[in-house]
Unconditional design. Structure first.
Lengths: 249, 556
């Protein structure tokens, strides 16, 4: 072999024993790395099933009647509770929140008798006025206006004041939305409910491991351990091969 | 040293205790305690730099030779852990749930590639900067100049995210507007870099790591203990927090546990937090994979990361420093999701309002009613993480400007004094550019930093990968590959900026999705590698001396 062709480096065509061993090791480790990261997520994608939350199933049972304005008291209460469950999620798009607030406020006033309506309306307007100017949430005036509205509005909706969603209730009512629930807003609610309550689930997400959903543990904890393990093995075995072959770097 | 520190602490204690009282609001005004902690930490960094400073240039470059592999790993971790790791990761998980884990995996998995494909070989190549390697391996002064320019662009892009983090923390500590906070915080980091830039030796980095990790972990143990989770190992114990977020925590279960605003420690069932690519997060399976892949190859292409391997004594040390570095990095990366999960429950009441996601680490500690001084330590840790990375990046960018561009290409006869002036001018210029971009608030910290990774993945990574592992890759191939990688980067960044400015370009939706600024390397890097290979095959062979060097020095 002349000098011109003698000096050539190619990962896939190693020319020395050390390079060959290194290539094999790198191929194995990178394959493990790729399968562990990307292979697992392809699997997660392949076996996932869009799974609705129970709240969506409840909502779907009553929605047609609510939409047609034919719902019974119990059905309206189910509707209101379902909407409240969703507005309690941390991130809701502003247009969706507006539609949910509309549906909830409308349902609350629809369920209230005339005396309750007057009292809730008065408390709601008062709360909105106080909330607009409040600087600290611990403000006594704000807290008392909120508690009063929560207690009044929970009654027609059949909510227990200890329930979490009952605590959100005053924050989701709007005095400007109590009279009607437009077709446009109904369409937004119908579209938004599944958007927030259908999730990609599978046996990998539903199985628990050390308290985690398994897939979450795998990605957030295990993969990092694996990366360190791969790096450790590579460094250890490279030192060992170098020693064995008498190579001093 | 002790003579000064102990009286100073005694003197400051009453002030700190008083400061603790006024710092209970999520935002609020100027916070004395956190300010003092921040100043104390920065002064410590500068003092450590002075005490352990290198005696001469050789000592500076060989700093790693006198310390252990563990110490070298800590230095790598300190260099790596920026505002994106400290603040940005928890923000991404808080806002997008499982999607945020693509960043965790991407920013750690890349070290596997870096180790098995590059670390040892880079050390054996024996250059000091990425531009040096590119110019030498591809036997071209123009490539060296382009390499230097890319290194500067990557540094700027990386710094933008850091300055956003610095701005947010200065806003929180000083009670300023975000814009003013960026300007003031940016000026402080610039002054800090100019004072301590050359002092950024390995010893300093080890101490920075210890301060950053302690400030991050202490509130975590307190929060987990306080809310009755398995606090001994929060990185495992938070599994129950994630499950609680998914299944919901009813009011009746929590027996009087409340956040600092008096809201119950309760949440409605929120599976969207943990389920993969949940529709309500607006993120898809493709985006998860593209981000993880782009960040991984970007990690193996970042000039300031690659540079760490030039200064270790031998190739074996380069490899082991990656192992230890990754372990120390993972301590933070295992912990960041804990903040986002707890933050999710603690901020679940709509009354908490919309929080700046990038400050969720600090807000979680505040909402958990952790002692304000410890929250201050946490915020100061966030600033320190950004400072340690920014000063390294500014120095790396400035040296690319003065050493690789000005001295090696423009004015080889420049005197050492002129070189230093150019380096300082470069640092100031870069800081000004970064401040101006950071003020625009173009995205979350993690996302902005991801732009730098994609840029590195499309440009530097292919040049290093092929440059080390295939002697057939020649100058023409490198130029062609760089043009393709650069073009993909340019299109992605152009569309991103146009989108932010409200300018509608053709195919905006398609490009905005498949070539988004955070992950365009998923296609840019493979295309660049492919082009490099095809053009190299079609053109003249790599010169014999380069191939000989690769065989005898790099792969011997």
């Amino acid at each position: 072999m002349n000098e011109e062709n003698q000096f050539h480096i190619s990962f896939f065509k190693p020319t020395t024993e050390r390079a060959r061993r290194n290539r094999n090791k790198v191929v194995v480790l990178v394959s493990i790395w790729a399968i562990a990261v990307f292979g697992f997520h392809f699997l997660l994608k392949a076996i996932e099933k869009p799974t609705p939350e129970p709240v969506l199933l409840e909502f779907n049972k009553v929605w047609d009647k609510v939409k047609a304005d034919e719902a019974s008291t119990a059905e309206m209460q189910v509707f209101a509770k379902s909407v409240l469950q969703v507005t309690g999620k941390v991130f809701i798009q502003p247009n969706h929140r507006a539609a949910f607030n509309n549906g909830l406020t409308w349902a609350t006033f629809k369920l209230a008798d005339s005396a309750q309506k007057v009292a809730i309306k008065e408390a709601l307007v008062d709360f909105e006025k106080v909330a607009k100017n409040v600087e600290m949430l611990t403000d006594d005036k704000y807290q008392s206006a909120k508690s009063k509205l929560a207690a009044l509005a929970a009654v027609p909706l059949g909510l227990n004041s200890n329930e979490l969603i009952a605590k959100f209730l005053p924050l989701e009512l709007r005095s400007s939305m109590m009279d009607s629930f437009s077709e446009k807003q109904k369409a937004v609610v119908a579209e938004a409910m599944p958007f927030y309550t259908i999730h990609n689930q599978s046996v990998l997400t539903d199985t628990k491991f050390l308290g985690f959903p398994f897939h979450y543990f795998y990605t957030a904890v295990f993969l990092l351990i694996l990366f360190i393990g791969i790096c450790w093995f590579y460094s250890y075995s490279t030192d060992r091969i170098n020693k064995k072959l008498g190579i001093y770097e | 040293m002790k003579k000064f520190i102990i009286p100073l602490i005694i003197l400051l204690l009453p002030t700190l205790a008083q400061a603790a009282v006024g710092a209970t609001q999520l935002e609020g005004g100027f916070k004395v305690g956190p300010s003092i902690i921040l100043i104390a930490i920065l002064v410590t960094f500068v003092l450590v730099g002075i005490f352990f400073r290198a005696k001469d240039t050789t000592d500076f470059y060989a700093a790693g030779r006198s310390i252990s592999k563990v110490g070298s790993g800590m230095a790598i971790a300190s260099n790596w852990m920026s505002a994106a790791s400290f603040l940005g990761m928890a923000a991404l998980m808080y806002g997008s749930g499982y999607h945020g884990l693509a960043y965790v995996v991407g920013w750690t998995g890349g070290y596997v590639l870096l180790l098995v494909l590059m670390a040892g070989q880079i050390r054996k190549y024996g250059k000091y900067t990425a531009a040096d390697f590119i110019g030498d391996r591809y036997y071209s002064q123009s490539m060296r100049a382009v390499g230097a320019i890319i290194a500067i662009l990557i540094s700027i892009s990386y710094c933008v995210g850091q300055f956003v983090g610095i701005g947010l923390m200065f806003k929180w500590i000083m009670g300023l507007d975000y814009q003013w906070a960026v300007v003031i915080g940016g000026s402080v980091v610039l002054a800090y870099t100019l004072i301590s830039g050359m002092l950024g030796v390995t010893k300093n980095m080890q101490i920075q790591y210890v301060i950053i990790i302690i400030s991050f972990l202490i509130p975590l143990f307190i929060l987990m203990f306080k809310f009755d989770y398995f606090w001994v190992l929060p990185q495992i114990g938070y599994g129950s927090v994630v499950t609680d977020v998914v299944q919901g925590v009813p009011v009746s279960d929590i027996a009087g546990m409340v956040n600092s605003m008096g809201h119950d420690f309760a949440i409605v069932p929120s599976p969207e937090y943990a389920m993969p690519w949940d529709p309500s997060t607006g993120k898809t399976f493709f985006q998860w994979m593209a981000i993880a892949f782009s960040l991984m190859i970007g990690t193996a292409g970042l000039p300031h990361v690659l540079q760490r391997f030039y200064i270790v004594p031998k190739a074996s040390d380069a490899r082991w420093s990656v192992v230890w570095g990754l372990f120390f990095i993972c301590i933070l990366y295992w912990s960041a999701p804990v903040y986002s999960a707890l933050g999710k429950i603690l901020s679940a009441n709509p009354e908490v309002g919309k929080l700046a996601k990038d400050a969720i680490v600090v807000y979680t500690a505040q909402l958990g009613d952790v002692n304000p001084l410890i929250v201050g330590l946490l915020a100061a840790g966030g600033v320190s993480a950004a400072f340690s990375t920014v000063s390294g990046l500014l120095v790396a960018g400035a040296s690319a400007f003065s050493h690789d561009l000005y001295v090696k290409v423009i004015n080889p006869k420049a005197s050492p004094k002129l070189q230093l002036t150019m380096a300082r001018a470069g640092t100031i210029l870069m800081a000004i550019i970064v401040i101006l971009i950071a003020i625009l608030e173009l995205g979350l910290i993690g996302e902005l930093v991801a732009v730098a990774f994609s840029l590195a993945g499309c440009t530097i990574f292919p040049l290093f990968l092929l440059g080390i592992w295939w002697s057939g890759s020649n100058r023409q191939g490198a130029i062609a590959g760089l043009i393709v990688g650069g073009l993909v980067s340019l299109i992605a960044i152009l569309y991103f900026i146009a989108g932010k400015q409200g300018i509608e370009l053709p195919f905006a939706e398609f490009i905005g999705y498949y070539l988004q600024a955070w992950y365009f390397a998923w296609i840019g890097a493979p295309l660049s590698i492919l082009t490099n290979i095809i053009v190299s095959k079609m053109t003249a062979k790599t010169p014999l001396e380069i191939r000989k060097f690769l065989v005898e020095q790099v792969h011997s």
